[in-house]
Design a protein around this ligand. Structure first.
Ligand code: MOS
Length: 741
């Protein structure tokens, strides 16, 4: 697939179209659709993490002023309980709420109160009295009663992989490292909490929902309430951050729909910040062993990466931390495998670069430990084992610029000043250290449809039901569309966020630009072709004597070379006597047909200052360099990698969801105690893209940018702290207590 786009607009750091709407408050989020006679729903969570409801007394709540209904498992209306709601990597058997009296995790919804006002509903919720039959919660990985089993496959791909003779090769390697790395539970915590506003109009259900997956949400609701898709519309024009937690439909959505159905009035349900920690997924805790054996010259002979991640008694989610390992470095012998442990926690889910984020932390720390054991420069070790083709599949990479990323990053961070011996650089009370790590994330494609309409005034409207979650989707899609059509950017509008528009997949896996962008190009090309065909067919048209193959559309002008006629799009519509023209395109990506291995690669560089007496860490420099194919919009792309790096620094030093092991309750389910970086924690970040042309991946030539930015950051921070202090911390977050002891 040769891409012949001209490069006039693509790459330009254009401002976001939705920027002014957001800063003036005109952008409407899912909780912001006022409706007549709207009622307010408050879900009530279980206080215990494991057991059964013995009795739930809702009398006082029902009698409270303003209360409309109180629903529990005892009186809920009939709902369908489909076995699997969404498929893919997340088995969601607990997405239908109030199934029975069983309690699987703390915070699991046990009742819904709906009232005339939010305050009434909250007060009534506090009056519900519950008694439980309580069992000890399974919270600890090592709990002897916890069910432990092999994680088998992820989107059809087997997780356990063996290449060569990994154990033998490891045992005989002259230099080896073999350590355990731990990453804690983390929560996404987007600014906008999950929110749903649902209403009925006759037989039609409309749901405004904060979701990264409009079509999936509609399908799940159709399955639960046995409705035809034509009767359900899900709308989400703006998302106030998501990071994966809005990638699946969670329990509160059917609760809200159930309430609106029972009451025959619109109902709004907005989760509280504490509920964001329990009911809408999290990044699973992991415990990973990485062992690497090498020759004395640094040639890797064997890599073993195995371990455990937590899943839920309420369903299965695999945090695929071994996913990148078999591909990333040259090694004749590799073994990767993962286990799952079912605990009394909510279901984990996708969180920014799921799998790679914790996995690359462990692998890239182990590489750094190996470099130290070999007395070798960490970049030299990575270059010594540089993979020129995918080590697992044997396929060539569609493009790979990782070597250039190492080079530019090392220049920008001042790598030549790094000392191999830890603790060698000091500035006052602070020790200075430099660390680096590889970043990697696959290029994903799903499938999408896009429709385009050419209007009589020469403006274009593209439509696809994708999502604007703060990444700049509508801006970038309008850029791609205007580019392909050869018309000014302000002639193009891109509509998204509504299941009434053509199908688009979940906005996840960094696949929106690659997938929906390809559909936009496809629709634009189909429209141009249709115009040409009609012009050539039409008697009396300036092109009636010309073969369609000889007609071209360049820079918005339709010409045939044979004569000097040149039509604008508006001229063409006039010549055809049409008020407008519509075209549609469906992408047909099929991973099974890929002949290339497609990945983004990058390099993360971090400088830290550490006070060894206080354990205080300051990240003083952060440089991320990425090879990401074409950069459609320099500004929105850079924002994504900056955000990823900030999130990676938070992961390295601060973020951790802490559970009370006796009660199974989260003790820091708020933004006061769940620490995320603030501006003072973050240095001026430098994000760079090395030029990379990739005509194989898709017609856009773009690889997707949302997730790679976080990968490798935590390892680069840990490696920098080691370089500064000689202290190797293998369990995140690296809090001061782990440094000064
Ligand atoms: Mo992303 S974790 O696929 O939203």
């Amino acid at each position: 697939m040769k891409n012949n786009l001209n490069l006039t607009l693509v790459g330009k750091p254009l401002d976001r179209i939705d920027g002014p709407l957001k800063v003036t408050g005109k952008a409407r989020y899912s909780a912001e659709f006022p409706m007549k006679k709207i009622a307010y729903a408050v879900p009530v969570g279980s206080e215990i993490a494991n057991g059964k409801i013995r009795n739930i007394d809702t009398n006082a709540a029902e009698k409270a002023p303003g209360v409309l209904i109180v629903v529990t498992h005892k009186n809920r209306p009939a709902m369908n309980f489909p076995k699997k709601l969404q498929g893919g990597g997340s088995d969601a058997d607990d997405r239908v709420p109030l199934q029975d009296a069983n309690i699987r995790y703390s915070g699991q919804y046990i009742a819904l109160v709906v009232a005339e006002s939010l305050e009434c509903a909250q007060y009534a919720a506090s009056l519900i009295k519950v008694t439980y039959i309580e069992n000890d919660p399974l919270i600890d990985f090592k709990h002897k009663s916890a069910e432990r089993y092999e994680a088998e496959s992820w989107f059809g791909e087997k997780i356990c992989k063996t290449r060569g003779v990994p154990d033998t090769a490891l045992a005989s390697a002259p230099v080896k490292v073999d350590y355990i790395y731990r990453t804690p539970t983390q929560n996404h915590n987007p600014m906008e909490t999950h929110a749903t506003t649902a209403s009925w109009d006759g037989s039609k259900l409309t749901v405004y929902d904060a979701t990264q997956g409009l079509y999936n949400t509609r399908k799940a609701l159709c399955d639960i309430f046995e409705l035809p898709a034509t009767d359900v519309r899900v709308v989400c024009k703006f998302i106030g951050g998501a990071f994966g937690c809005k990638g699946s439909m969670w329990t509160h959505v059917p609760l809200c729909v159930m309430a609106t159905k029972v009451l025959g009035r619109p109902v709004k349900l907005v989760l509280s910040r504490p509920q964001m920690f329990t009911n809408v997924g999290h990044r699973a805790e992991t415990e990973q062993r990485v062992a690497i054996g090498a020759e004395k010259d640094g040639t890797i002979k064997s890599i073993v990466h195995e371990g455990t991640s937590q899943t839920s008694i309420a369903g299965e989610f695999i945090e695929t931390f071994t996913k990148a390992t078999p591909m990333l470095y040259q090694s004749p012998n590799v073994f990767v495998a993962q286990k799952l442990v079912r605990l009394n926690k909510g279901l984990p889910t996708f969180m920014r670069a799921p799998g790679e984020t914790p996995g690359v932390f462990a692998l890239e720390c182990a590489l750094d430990e190996l470099a130290f054991a070999l007395d070798m420069d960490p970049i030299a070790l990575r270059m010594k084992n540089y993979a020129r083709k995918d080590q697992e599949s044997g396929m060539p990479f569609s493009s790979k610029s990782l070597d250039k990323c190492y080079l530019l990053g090392s220049e920008r961070i001042g790598w030549e000043d790094r000392k191999q011996k830890p603790g060698s650089r000091r500035e006052g009370d602070y020790l200075i250290g430099l660390g680096m790590a590889t970043a990697t994330y696959p290029v994903n494609h799903f499938n999408a449809s896009c429709k385009v309409v050419l209007n009589g005034d020469g403006s274009f409207l593209f439509e696809s039901s994708t999502h604007e979650m703060g990444t700049g989707t509508c801006t970038v899609m309008a850029q791609i569309g205007s580019e392909e059509l050869g018309v000014p950017y302000d002639k193009v509008t891109f509509e998204l966020g509504d299941t009434d528009l053509p199908m688009a997949p979940v906005s996840g896996g960094s696949a929106t630009v690659s997938t929906v962008g390809s559909a936009v190009i496809g629709a634009a090309r189909a429209l141009k072709q249709d115009l040409i065909n009609q012009l050539c067919d039409k008697v009396g048209s300036p092109f009636s004597a010309v073969a369609a193959g000889d007609v071209k559309v360049e820079e918005g002008k339709i010409t045939a070379g044979l004569n000097d006629v040149s039509l604008t799009y508006t001229d063409a519509l006039k010549a055809l006597n049409l008020p407008s023209l519509t075209a549609k395109f469906d992408t047909s990506f099929d991973r099974k047909k890929d002949k290339y291995s497609m990945h983004s690669f990058g390099a993360q560089f971090i400088e830290v200052k550490v006070d060894p007496d206080l354990g205080h860490v300051v990240v003083s420099k952060a440089v991320g360099v990425f090879g990401n194919g074409r950069i459609i919009n320099e500004k929105t792309c850079r924002s994504q990698v900056h955000g990823g790096i900030v999130m990676g620094i938070g992961m390295a030093l601060q973020e951790s969801t802490v559970m009370d092991r006796r009660s199974g309750r989260i003790v820091n389910a708020n933004l006061g105690e769940y620490h995320v970086p603030v501006n003072a924690d973050i240095p001026a970040i430098e994000g760079y893209f090395v030029p990379e042309e990739d005509n194989i991946i898709n017609t856009v030539g773009a690889k997707g940018i949302g997730e790679i930015g976080i990968t490798g950051v935590a390892a680069a921070v840990a490696n920098a702290i080691f370089n500064a202090t000689g202290k190797r911390v293998r369990d995140l977050p690296i809090t001061p207590d782990k440094i000064f002891v």
